[in-house]
Design a protein around this ligand. Sequence first.
Ligand SMILES: [Zn+2]
Length: 569
Amino acid sequence: MRRAEVTRRGRPWSAHGRSKLRPYLYLAAFAAIAAAAQARAPADTILVNGHIITVDPQFSIAQAVAISGGRFTAVGTDAAIKRLAGPATTTIDLRGQTVIPGLADNHLHDAGGGPGVDLSRVRTMDELLAAIAAGVKRLRPGEVVTTNSDWHEAQLAEHRLPHRRDLDTVSPVNPVIVVRGGHEYILNSAALRKWNITKDTPQLAGGRITRDAQGELNGELVDRAKSLVQLPPAPSLTVQALVEQHKKLNAAGLTSIRYPGASIEQYHLLQEMQKRGLLTIRVNHLMRVGADTAEKMRAAVASLHVKPDEGDEWLRVGGMKLGVDGGFEGGWMREPYAEPWGEGGTFFGVNTMKQAPYTDVVKELNRLGWRVATHAVGDAAIDEVLSAYEAADAEKPIAGRRWTIEHGFIPQADQFPRMKKLGLIISAQNHLYLAGPSLVSYWGPVRAARTTPMRTYLDQGLVVAGGTDSAVVPYPPLWVIYHFVSRATISGGVLGADQKITRKEALQVETINNAYLTFEEQTKGSIERGKLADLVVLPEDILTCPAKRIEQMQVAMTMVGGTVVYRRP
Ligand SMILES: [Zn+2]
């Protein structure tokens, strides 16, 4: 009915063209159309019929977007965007699905996995030991068995680590090194013998050889104590391995990642991938070098032959990574660990780099024009970072240069004004989601519930970017959003409900705030005209679905620079 009307109206319109004035109107109209066409050739791709959460400053919702040359050229209604299609335009019908900006991870070492025994899916101590027993069977007597690092005891029903005696039951002869996260190994008796670690082995500064209640070694080596053993050489990182990892990340909705302290060799591989057009994810690469004096740092930086912030929207150097404390079992605290970990109120965590050399190195990096990103978990570690950053700032201001605290688990009220004055960005992750029950036992319920206090950080007016620390924590960014909005953990219930943030805030933390972290908020992080066309299609509305669905939903499609890099089969 309406259609017929439109057709009928069309006829008289062309008839009017015969009047004397009409040719001018036609000419003017054609000129305008031609100018518009020149300025805006048909889009390469349009996505229509969607629920598009743009994460622009107004948090606008759109129906459709147009993409040309890898960037969003228009965001608006279906009708407006459909007009931008030409004969060669690819049209994607979203069929009502939700679109969000491409998700980012501010602190991702790798995508997990590896050549060791896979413990990521075990859920009980028996399953863990069975997996190691199977690994032992594949080797000859005396060969060393290792595990991958991407698991945590909080995922086990028992909520505890396997110790030396547990491991001995499945491997009395072969040395076993259970690698857990980035800060800890657990050895069986054969491995302790192989590397000659006994009760008489002195503790190393910045590390810890742990004992059980009877004073016997339990096999745990924390932080610098790990250097007492040598893992079998890992297979060398290759372009192919990185391509495969990036594909896994794309499938989870990631379009940008930040490598928090990787080697120059890895940077060179990424450069080669960019040259060959193999990058499917945007990379911000923090360098890491071993140096504990200004002089050594100067020499190490010079040997990299890399300029701070060099690169483009695909691959960019993002600064220098440093660290001053351990992780879950070594975060350096003002107050001791909870018992028995506190060892009678004497264990405060591990200070892996002392104040004086750390400050020395930080000041030198500032002089050299490098940004600093420091791993600091406990409040005492944050004190050390703030003191060093302030000392550097006194020589040459750092405010506005977006230096960061990586993790920042346990900040204290007196530290927020200092963070703000220095213009620091908080690089936060969802460790609590995985490790909640362990953190309760290490630090007590009060500190555990305050771990990574997102609500407080945002209320203090700090910019917080989000991520995972993969493979310490699994990489799916939707799990990060789920945890930040619910404070739910995998196996320990809700911890610190007062630290929940809203879904809109969580989306910002995972998108535009990450772009801000790397000085790219003008080019990505939201769906706005002119920005890079990085987006994720979700089957449900992430702003209104039941919270648990955020954790469970599967990404339908991921696009980077207007190219589909993942489509759910
Ligand atoms: Zn890390």
